[in-house]
Design a protein around this ligand. Structure first.
Ligand code: DGL
Length: 259
């Protein structure tokens, strides 16, 4: 699996918990984050490099694109070109969002790249659920998480400003459409209020991966684990180990460079 940085660790945590027997290779492209403000063509190229590295250098049997921005920019290309199944975060997230609402008024927040791509409008439409979707981009959230700042006044002030339009939309469920955002859930929840259910795509994506691997007969036999977990970063590997360990847990105690 890969992400622009630490965000995909929310999905990694869910995958490790759900599929403890499976080996996992995680690449955080911290040397080139953030993806959100970059042109889709550039993000597509990064996604291509990362996914092929997982296939060619690590021999993975499936790729999880644990990044909404990379999914929005390059999922179709990855599915067409890779010789292994590809699991994304947008479709599972959209499915979870429409299940979580009672009023039918829902929201999604994500990076500028994700929101401007319209990928969530399409994904929610594909569910067929009769919902009204509001969306907002939250530039700056990812940078806070990458610096290890997940609570505090600075985050709160930014969240209040960026979430104001979506707060006024009268929604009852909000999808965290960027894998970094669950790390800011406390602040986001403080701003949105208790009447809004926050939906993260991490668990849904892990279930989607499980379902797909089972359907294709690719799951490791029960008890053949425990799976081995490798974490790579294209940036500062020491920082990736320190912050990553804090965010993911004890499985992340060693980091390797992804050149
Ligand atoms: N975790 C990525 C996502 O889900 C963040 C992208 C970024 O680096 O801006 O979109």
């Amino acid at each position: 699996m890969f992400d622009s940085g630490f965000g995909g660790l929310t999905v990694a945590r869910a995958l490790i918990d759900l599929l403890p027997d499976e080996d996992l290779v995680y690449i955080g492209d911290t040397g080139r984050y953030p993806y959100g403000p970059k042109p889709a063509s550039e993000v597509r190229e990064y996604a291509h490099e990362l996914a092929w590295s997982l296939v060619d250098e690590f021999g993975v049997k499936a790729v999880v694109v644990a990044c909404n921005t990379a999914t929005a920019a390059g999922l179709d290309d990855l599915r067409a070109e890779l010789p292994v199944p590809v699991i994304d975060v947008i479709e599972p997230g959209a499915n979870a969002l429409v299940r979580a609402t009672e009023t039918g008024r829902v929201g999604v927040i994500g990076t500028v790249g994700t929101i401007s791509s319209g990928a969530y409008i399409d994904a929610v439409a594909r569910t067929g659920a009769p919902v009204h979707l509001s969306s907002a981009a939250c530039p700056g959230f990812v940078e806070f998480v990458e610096r290890g700042v997940t609570v505090g006044d600075e985050v709160l002030v930014l969240a209040e400003r960026l979430l104001a339009p979506i707060s006024e939309a009268g929604i009852d469920a909000l999808l965290l459409g960027c894998t970094h955002y669950p790390f800011l859930a406390r602040t986001i929840s403080d701003v949105m209020g208790p009447q809004v259910t926050l939906v993260s795509s991490a668990d849904e994506t892990a279930f989607a991966a499980w379902a797909l691997l089972a359907e294709l007969g690719l799951l490791r036999a029960k008890g053949s684990g425990p799976g081995r977990h490798r974490f790579l970063s294209s940036g500062d590997i020491e920082w990736f180990r320190i912050l990553g360990g804090r965010l993911l847990g004890p499985e992340l105690d060693h980091t390797e460079p992804w050149p």
